[in-house]
Design a protein around this ligand. Structure first.
Ligand SMILES: Cc1cc2nc3c(=O)[nH]c(=O)nc-3n(C[C@H](O)[C@H](O)[C@H](O)COP(=O)(O)OP(=O)(O)OC[C@H]3O[C@@H](n4cnc5c(N)ncnc54)[C@H](O)[C@@H]3O)c2cc1C
Length: 325
C-alpha cells in the first residue's frame, strides 16, 4: 500500500475542492481498503467524507425520500419509513454483507463499489477493466459471473442497493467542480460496451450528495430478495427487486430489476410487459419470471444461475404483491 495524505473536509465545497487529480473519496472505507490492499488503486490523497455535515440524513419531504450518501446500510435497513414505503431498499440494505460491515458501509459507497470478479480483483490478471485485452472469465472460472450482457466483460454488478433503488426510480444529486447535477439511476450505470474501465457516470472530482426516491404511487408495493450460496456474508448468486403498482388485484405497472445478472443492473422489461394489466397470481408471476430470463447467455459454469433467477423473480413479484400498502 502506498503512502497517502488524509483530508477531512467539513463541507461539500471543501470536499470537492480537495478532490484534485490523484485524490479519492472515502466513505465507510470498506471497498476502498480492499482496493488499496489488492494494489488496484494508489491514491495520493484520501478525502474522508465522514465529517461533512448533512450527508447522513434520512428524511421524507418534497418529492419523496431523501437519503444522504453516508447513511449506513444498517441505518437504512432499520429505518421505519424505509421499511414501510420503500421496503425493497430496506431489505436490500439489510441483507448485504454482515452486521459489522453494514454498520460501517454507506449507501453511497455501496452504489460505487467496484465489481468483485476475482480476475479483476487479482493483480495477476490485467483484464479489460484494467486496460488489458481479455476478459479472463470467458473460458475461465465463471460460476459466479454474468448470465446477461456478458460479451465484453462478465463481471456482475455488486450493489444490492443499486438493484432496489433502480426499481424504486431513484435519482442521484451530484456536486462537482462544475454545476451540481441530477442523474436518474436508470442512466447512471455504464455498460462495458460503452466504457469497460468504469461502471458509472460519476466524473472526476464529483461527489454523490443525495439519493432521492420518489413517493411510491398509492396501491404500490416493493420487495427485494437475494439468493446466496449460504446464509452468510455472500454476495448474491441472484438478487431481484420489484416495484408493483396495482389496481385492485391487477398489475398497473411493474418494474423488475435483476442484480448480479450482468455488469450493470438489468431492467427485465419483457417480464414487466408480461405482467402489465394481468391479475397478479402464481401463474402470471411464473410467466413473467420466464420472460425475465429469456435471452440469457450463460457461460460454461453458470447456467444454474438462470434457474435461480427465474425462481427468485417469481418469488419477488409475489412478495411485492404482499407488501402493497
Ligand atoms: C465480506 C463482504 C461481503 C459483502 N457483501 C455484499 C453484498 O452482499 N451486497 C452488497 O451490495 N455489497 C456487499 N459488500 C460490499 C459493501 O457493502 C461495500 O463495500 C460497501 O457498501 C462500500 O461502502 P463504503 O462506505 O465502505 O464505501 P467506500 O469503500 O468508502 O467507497 C467505495 C467507493 O465509493 C466512492 N465513494 C463513496 N462515497 C462516495 C460519495 N458520496 N461520492 C463519491 N464517491 C464516493 C469511493 O471513492 C470508492 O470508490 C460486501 C463487502 C464485504 C467486505
Amino acid at each position: 500500500m502506498n503512502r497517502f495524505a488524509w483530508v477531512t473536509p467539513s463541507t461539500i465545497e471543501e470536499a470537492v475542492g480537495a478532490l484534485e487529480p490523484g485524490a479519492l473519496v472515502k466513505a465507510g472505507g470498506i471497498d476502498l481498503m480492499d482496493l488499496l490492499k489488492e494494489g488496484l488503486i494508489a491514491p495520493q490523497r484520501l478525502v474522508n467524507l465522514r465529517a461533512v455535515e448533512g450527508l447522513d440524513r434520512i428524511e421524507e419531504k418534497d418529492e419523496g425520500l431523501h437519503v444522504g450518501p453516508l447513511v449506513t446500510l444498517a441505518r437504512l435497513a432499520a429505518n421505519p419509513i424505509v421499511q414501510g414505503r420503500y421496503r425493497a431498499l430496506a431489505d436490500a440494505a439489510g441483507h448485504a454483507a454482515t452486521p459489522q460491515i453494514r454498520n460501517v458501509a454507506t449507501v453511497g459507497g455501496n452504489l460505487l463499489q467496484r465489481p468483485r470478479c476475482w480476475y479483476f480483483r487479482s493483480e495477476a490478471f490485467v483484464c479489460k477493466k484494467k486496460g488489458g485485452g481479455r476478459c479472463y472469465a470467458h473460458g475461465g472460472e465463471n460460476a459466479y459471473h454474468a448470465i446477461m450482457n456478458n460479451k465484453t466483460c462478465a463481471a456482475v454488478h455488486p450493489s444490492a442497493t443499486a438493484t432496489a433503488l433502480l426499481a424504486l426510480g431513484a435519482k442521484l444529486r451530484i456536486a462537482g467542480p462544475t454545476d451540481a447535477r441530477e442523474v436518474p439511476l436508470e442512466t447512471f450505470f455504464v455498460a462495458p460496451e460503452v466504457d469497460v474501465m468504469r461502471e458509472n457516470a460519476l466524473g472526476a472530482g464529483e461527489i454523490i450528495t443525495e439519493i432521492v426516491i420518489p413517493y411510491p404511487p398509492s396501491e404500490a408495493g416493493s420487495a427485494y430478495l437475494k439468493q446466496g450460496e449460504k446464509e452468510s456474508f455472500d454476495w448474491p448468486l441472484a438478487e431481484v427487486a420489484v416495484l408493483l403498482e396495482r389496481d385492485g388485484n391487477r398489475c398497473k405497472r411493474a418494474i423488475i430489476v435483476l442484480g448480479a445478472a450482468g455488469p450493470v443492473p438489468v431492467r427485465a422489461r419483457t417480464a414487466e410487459a408480461a405482467l402489465a394489466d394481468k391479475v397478479i397470481d402464481d401463474a402470471t408471476a411464473r410467466a413473467a419470471a420466464k420472460a425475465a430470463v429469456q435471452g440469457a447467455t450463460p457461460l460454461e459454469q453458470n447456467a444454474y444461475k438462470v434457474t435461480i433467477f427465474e425462481a427468485i423473480v417469481r418469488r419477488t413479484i409475489l412478495a411485492a404483491r404482499g407488501n402493497t400498502a
